[in-house]
Design a protein around this ligand. Structure first.
Ligand SMILES: *Cc1c(COP(=O)(O)O)cnc(C)c1O
Length: 237
């Protein structure tokens, strides 16, 4: 009854959904990267997904992620995986994030970006970074307000050890496809506005298990999918 047994089938189904959603709006399936959100699932789940061809993983909780990376590396040193940090970031966590991750999606303050840049080891390429935006209708306290995005993006774009890749959002759940699309459209428009100011980026990190099709319709280049791949999360464990 292990959920891990279904991981290859689930990944195939998600890839199919992504491809159909992309083709439906005249996009190419390969332009949408699948980020497998493995939080609360163990190294075995990551390895099972890797066997199904998945190489990018998203994590929210630093210590859990570091333990998991270590376990995966020990069991399968041959796997070449990339790790994306997608959770809220406290200042005292920036060093470990800068040292162990390839991407960070959840930066919404200049101070955090500055620390990540200062702490990114010279031996590694610049840290890929998305700014998290609090798009309309979001109750969460995470994410910078759209009106404050431009000065933050300007500052981050100048930081030597960061590579500003784009924007990320986690909209409130909505039922209809049209309602789901609205905040994703807003994020895409913000990216265009940055480009018009000379800050050109290539990434829109948006869409999760319940709304990836809406996000792809609005231009998502990375969808962050947990439940549809690994099953329901059990936070009580
Ligand atoms: C947990 C999480 C996801 C995955 O959500 P699912 O609904 O399980 O697909 C995506 N993005 C972020 C930021 C998350 O915290």
């Amino acid at each position: 009854m292990s959920i891990a047994e279904n991981i290859p089938e689930n990944i195939a189904a998600v890839r199919q959904t992504i491809a159909q959603a992309a083709i439906a709006v005249g996009r190419v399936a390969d332009d949408v990267q699948l980020l497998a959100v493995s939080k609360t699932f163990g190294p075995d789940a990551v390895i099972a997904a890797a066997h199904a061809g998945q190489d990018a993983f998203g994590e929210n909780y630093l210590q859990e992620a570091l333990d998991k990376m270590q376990a995966v590396r020990t069991q399968r040193p041959d796997l070449k995986l990339t790790w994306h940090f997608i959770g809220p970031i406290q200042s005292n966590k920036t060093r470990a994030i800068a040292e162990h991750f390839d991407w960070v999606h959840s930066v919404d303050r200049e101070k955090i970006a500055q620390r990540l840049s200062d702490q990114r080891p010279e031996s590694l390429p610049p840290l890929n970074l998305c700014l998290q935006v609090n798009v309309s209708g979001e109750a969460s306290k995470s994410g910078i307000a759209p009106g404050e995005l431009l000065p933050l993006a300007r500052a981050v774009a100048e930081m030597p050890r960061l590579r500003l890749r784009g924007l990320m959002a986690i909209p409130e759940p909505a039922e209809s496809l049209e309602a789901q699309r609205q905040p994703f459209r807003q994020l895409r428009e913000l990216q265009s506005q940055l480009a018009a100011q000379g800050i050109v980026t290539d990434t829109l990190s948006m869409g999760m298990s319940a709304d990836m099709e809406a996000a792809i319709a609005e231009g998502a280049t990375i969808v962050r999918v947990g439940t549809a791949i690994f099953g329901k999360r059990d936070y009580a464990k």
